[in-house]
Design a binder for this molecule. Sequence first.
Ligand SMILES: [Zn+2]
Length: 83
Amino acid sequence: MNTFNKKLGKSGAVTLPAALRRDLGLQEGERFSISVNGDGTIHLKRVQGECIFCKADSNLIVHAGRYVCTDCTQAMSAKARAN
Ligand SMILES: [Zn+2]
């Protein structure tokens, strides 16, 4: 397990190290759930979002900070090619 020592920013933000973001493939706009255990330990868990169009929660990509599923991206691509 990697451990990082990070400082809490003015707005309450904690920046995840670039190496960690790169290694985990984290992208801007991804969401996380935050839970606190009885001993004060804070857990940050990556949460998959849902497609902004069909609400699917799998095969997602992040575009402009929003989740879109591959089915919807393919449908939009096909529609764009038809026009
Ligand atoms: Zn979709």
